[in-house]
Design a protein around this ligand. Structure first.
Ligand code: HEC
Length: 168
C-alpha cells in the first residue's frame, strides 16, 4: 500500500536523467509522500528544471529512469535507499561497485552479474549479517524472472546510484 502511494507521487515528479538528480527526485518523493509533507506539483517542478535535464536521451538513461520508478513502485526503496540494517538490507548508495561479504565466507564485488543472479535466485548470494527473509518475500511478490525488462531497469538504476568501485 505504501509502495502504491510512492508510485503515484513519483509519477507526478519531473523526470531527471542523471544519477544525482534521480536520487534527489527519489528523496523528494520519499519525503513528500512518506512523511505526509506537502506533495509537489508537477507544474512547480517543470518550472525549475530545464527540459534538457528532464528528457533522457540514451537507452541507458531511459533504463535508469524506469528503474528509479520501479525501485519506488516495487518497494525496494523502503529497504534499500537510506541506510543499512540487518532487516532492511544494504543501502544502494554503497552497494554497486562495493565489495560485500557473503554468508559462506566468500567476498565479491557487486556488479551486474551478481545482482542479476541474486534477483533471479534469491538464494544465489546471501549477504553476511543480513536477514534473508525480507528480500525473499519481496522477490516472491515480484516474479522478476517473468519480467526481464523490469529486472534490467532495476539493475541499471542500482548501478547508477552506486559509485565507481573503490581502489582495491
Ligand atoms: C523488506 C525489505 C526489502 C525489500 C522490499 C527489498 N529488499 Fe533487497 N534485500 C533486503 C535484505 C534484508 C537483503 C540482504 C539479504 C541477504 O542476502 O541476506 C537484500 C538483498 C538485496 C540484494 C543483494 C543480494 C542478492 O540477492 O543479490 C539485491 C541486489 C537487492 N536486495 C535488491 C532489491 C530490489 C531490486 C528490490 C525491489 C524489487 C528489493 N531488493 C526489495 C531487503 C529488502
Amino acid at each position: 500500500m505504501r509502495a502504491h502511494n510512492h508510485f503515484r507521487c513519483t509519477r507526478s515528479l519531473a523526470r531527471p536523467a542523471l544519477g544525482a538528480l534521480l536520487m534527489g527526485a527519489m528523496l523528494l518523493a520519499l519525503y513528500g509522500c512518506g512523511s505526509g509533507g506537502k506533495p509537489r506539483t508537477s507544474a512547480a517542478r517543470q518550472a525549475s528544471v530545464p527540459k534538457y535535464v528532464t528528457e533522457p536521451f540514451t537507452h541507458v538513461q531511459q533504463l535508469v529512469e524506469r528503474g528509479a520508478q520501479l525501485v519506488v513502485a516495487d518497494g525496494c526503496s523502503a529497504c534499500h535507499l537510506m541506510h543499512s540494517s540487518a532487516s532492511t538490507g544494504p543501502s544502494f548508495l554503497r552497494f554497486a561497485g562495493y565489495r560485500v561479504r557473503l554468508e559462506d565466507g566468500r567476498s565479491q564485488v557487486v556488479d551486474e552479474r551478481f545482482m542479476r543472479a541474486g534477483l533471479l535466485d534469491p538464494r544465489a548470494n546471501e549477504l553476511a549479517g543480513y536477514d534473508p527473509r525480507p528480500m525473499l518475500a519481496a522477490l516472491a511478490r515480484l516474479h522478476l524472472r517473468a519480467h526481464p525488462a523490469q529486472l534490467a531497469a532495476l539493475i541499471a538504476f542500482i548501478e547508477q546510484v552506486g559509485p565507481e568501485p573503490p581502489p582495491e
